[in-house]
Design a protein around this ligand. Structure first.
Ligand SMILES: Nc1ncnc2c1ncn2[C@@H]1O[C@H](COP(=O)(O)OP(=O)(O)OP(=O)(O)O)[C@@H](O)[C@H]1O
Length: 752
């Protein structure tokens, strides 16, 4: 097989880049802009590239590899890259022939043909007869690369076809194809099939490689390659990540291309970059419409016609629309302009049209709704009709309903129908009310997303204002939900509590929610798990805002992460820090000491129970209490492995005259009688101001009661609460306590 001919055929094909279609795969490969897309499933060796995963499957002897991925995820490009690499002799050395077809192309072949003829039609390369015979003779060394199974309208179910097994038999292209795929013809050939998710996939037995597309590192490489100026590239990347990077579809290389293309044009003209998905699509539509230079009336008709096609395609099983219907939708005058939005498949007369981008399909449908409501029976029906197929239709409706968002389109497509915007607004308010009354988190988040698209602060306040909605529901948000949640919280301003208990907190989550954290007086992250990289941004958000209470209980934070947290919390205005059951040890107490004694420390309550702090750790905390900068008033250290050994230091802190500590809970430690003896000395000291001491379950016996009595008798004794429960004080001990309590003026109010 003439590999050089294959190569020049592929790389010769010159298709134009388009705003919604992206740069053609061949041009991407030829100009060395190819960035390996990644697979969805991480293996032992991390997240492998699609190329690597295909290669590995084929090298393992798998005969059918199905490459699946959503629209624009880079399947075609990966296949072509593989064929090019093979033709250059860089990969797939086991295959002497690689044949590339599109399913749809085989299906549209007229009449019957032989297998030989089919092989010769491999559209990427003209096949000399000798190489065709080689294919027939050595099927093991043949790879069929088949693209676009999702567009194929026939079933690949072998049970509904009589397979053909004679290579010389004439049959339709489709018949030959299914016979090949199911091993009746050329048994032993390998197949690499690319498809968007489709029902036909289940008839292909073999390995699956799921394409994720571009994650953040690939996007970074892509954007840097797109812009020639590094500072523009950086501006574009930062903006794209902040405003779009959290949406799943941002992994699509095609979408990334469209975004970069639009950013380039907007940055070039000095315009501001879009903040929301709706704003981005307003810009894209404006660009596409301006390019076709039609009159305003024609533009409006074009959008209305596109709206009809969009609705039809959503309901069609192949997301497409036949040519005869297209004509009926009122396109005739603007066929060329429609080309920017629609792509045709198949022979001219029988071709079908589909949208180049599903997001654009949803956007034009939303826009058409606002331009002319006569075709749509209200927003509820519009959404019902397209439910399941359209994912962002309500986003775009919400965004476009706001004059600030759609204003720039009006000169191009004419005014929005006022009754449509009014209908949407009243539907939006009443449906939000209904959604927010229930306890379905998805409904709440959906409402926040729509508010985010609308970008109307007073609307957020109207919809979410207390007392109707005193709290905002935030359970298990995924990253896009966090963006919407953050938006509504920032619109509402300072609030009592942000609670994300039991979540898995990543760096991205914290970065997105930072403004919301800063605006919340209490931040409850209990029972969550933290990525190490999430901790510093969390501390910065806490430090920057009004947060007074941070609950990190049961987070298994560990010393390393707590150290990072402390480094960031040094100058915070935190009053309460809950580190209960965080898996920390004495190793982090130096860091806590530095938080407690920082210049602006306002920490009053520290909960560090159920950690193995031990005597060493407690001693450090006591050191902090002696600093004039430390304002700690309450310390909770239940079950912290404390013994009498650390009480000496504690007693010294209490008598230092600098300690602000008023309440201490030492439940379930092993202070013992020796520890109490030392404490009782402190309790008689005139500078000791402790009010509450809890020594529940501390291995105390009657032996310590004489010291306690002595303390109770002291005129300087200041405790109003003393808890000695679950200790073995005995009757004698109790009697001694009673003697102490009988002192006139004894301040004890609660004794347990
Ligand atoms: N690996 C890549 N490196 C750089 N750009 C890419 C890459 N993959 C895709 N692109 C860009 O994205 C566009 C769309 O990619 P491609 O056609 O391969 O996607 P697809 O998954 O086959 O889409 P569809 O499901 O619509 O057929 C390409 O035309 C190209 O501009």
């Amino acid at each position: 097989m003439d590999k050089a001919a294959v190569l020049s055929h592929i790389l010769r094909s010159k298709v134009r880049a388009t705003c919604l279609g992206g740069e053609p795969p061949t041009s991407v490969i030829d100009s060395n802009k190819y960035i390996p897309a990644v697979t969805a499933v991480a293996g032992d060796d991390g997240v492998p590239s699609v190329d690597h995963a295909i290669h590995r499957a084929l090298s393992d002897g798998v005969r059918t590899v199905v490459l699946t991925g959503p629209e624009g995820s880079g399947k075609t490009t990966a296949l072509l890259r593989l064929v090019v690499d093979w033709a250059k002799g860089e990969r797939l050395h086991d295959f002497s022939s690689v044949l590339h077809f599109r399913f749809e192309e085989i299906d549209s072949l007229d009449g019957e043909l032989s297998l030989e003829a089919l092989i010769r039609r491999g559209h990427l390369q003209p096949q000399p007869p000798a190489s065709v015979s080689r294919v027939l003779e050595k099927p093991d060394a043949v790879l069929f690369v088949l693209d676009g199974l999702d567009e194929y309208r026939r079933s690949l179910d072998p049970s509904v076809h009589a397979l053909c097994s004679d290579p010389s038999q004439l049959a339709s292209g489709a018949h030959l194809l299914i016979s090949l795929l199911h091993g009746a013809l050329l048994r032993g050939v390998a197949f690499l099939v690319a498809t968007r998710p489709t029902r036909n996939e289940r008839f292909l037995v073999g390995a699956r490689v799921e394409v994720s597309g571009f994650l953040k590192p690939q996007r970074e490489a892509f954007v840097s390659g797109f812009f020639t100026d590094p500072s523009t590239a950086n501006k574009a990347l930062v903006h794209m990540e902040r405003t779009l990077g959290f949406y799943d579809f941002c992994t699509s290389p095609r979408f990334c291309w469209t975004v970069c293309f639009m950013y380039e044009s907007l940055i070039g003209s000095g315009a501001t970059l879009p903040e929301t998905l709706t704003q981005l699509f307003v810009e894209i539509l404006a660009h596409l419409i301006q390019t076709s230079s039609l009159t305003q009336d024609c533009n409006r008709k074009l959008v209305l016609a596109l709206g009809r096609v969009a609705s039809h395609c959503f309901l069609d099983p192949y997301s497409s629309c036949a040519k005869e219907l297209i004509d009926g939708f009122g396109f005739k005058q603007f066929f060329t302009a429609a080309d920017a939005f629609l792509q045709a498949e198949g022979e001219l007369e029988s071709c079908t049209f589909s949208f180049r981008s599903q997001l654009m399909q949803e956007f034009v449908l939303a826009l058409a709704f606002f331009l002319d409501g006569s075709e749509y029976e209200g927003v509820e029906k519009l959404l019902d009709k397209h439910r399941g197929a359209a994912k962002f239709l309500d986003f775009f409706l919400a965004g476009l309903s706001e004059p600030d968002q759609h204003g720039s389109l009006e000169p191009l497509v004419g005014g929005f129908a006022p009754e449509q915007t009014q209908e949407f607004s009243s539907w939006f308010k009443s449906s939000s009310e209904g959604r927010l009354k229930g306890y379905d988190k998805n409904e709440h988040y959906r409402c926040f997303h729509l508010l985010h698209q609308a970008q109307n602060q007073s609307l957020v306040r109207e919809v979410l204002a207390p007392p109707a909605h005193p709290c905002i529901y935030h359970r298990n948000p995924v990253l896009p939900d966090c963006v919407a949640l953050n938006y509504v919280i920032t619109c509402l301003g300072e609030r009592d509590k942000l609670s994300l208990c039991g979540e898995s907190i990543s760096k991205e989550t914290v970065e997105v929610l930072s403004p919301a954290v800063s605006l919340s007086r209490t931040v409850d992250l209990s029972n969550s798990s933290f990525q190490a990289e999430a901790v510093s941004p969390l501390a910065s958000a806490v430090r920057a805002g009004v947060t007074r209470e941070l609950d990190l209980s049961s987070t298994r934070l560990g010393d390393e992460k707590l150290k990072r947290l402390c480094a960031g919390l040094k100058d915070s205005k935190l009053h309460r820090l809950n580190l209960k059951a965080c898996g920390v040890t004495a190793a982090c107490c130096d860091d806590l000491l530095s938080v407690l004694t920082s210049q602006t420390s306002q920490l009053q309550v520290l909960e560090i129970s159920f950690n193995q702090v031990g005597d060493g750790g407690f001693t450090k905390l006591c050191e902090a209490m002696q600093s004039p900068l430390c304002g700690l008033q309450e310390l909770r250290m239940q079950r912290c492995d404390l013994t009498a050994a650390s009480v000496e230091g504690f007693a010294a802190a209490l008598c230092s005259g600098r300690s602000q500590l008023r309440k201490v809970n030492l439940t379930d430690n092993a202070i013992g009688d020796g520890g109490v003896e030392a404490l009782c000395k402190a309790l008689q000291h005139p500078l000791c101001k402790l009010k509450s001491l809890i020594l529940f379950g501390n291995e105390l016996t009657g032996a310590c009661c004489s010291h306690l009595k002595e303390a109770l008798m002291s005129e300087h004794f200041s405790l109003s609460e003393l808890d000695l429960s679950v200790n073995d004080l005995g009757q004698e001990g109790a009697l001694m306590l009673c003697q102490g309590l009988s002192r006139p003026g004894c301040p004890i109010e609660t004794l347990k």
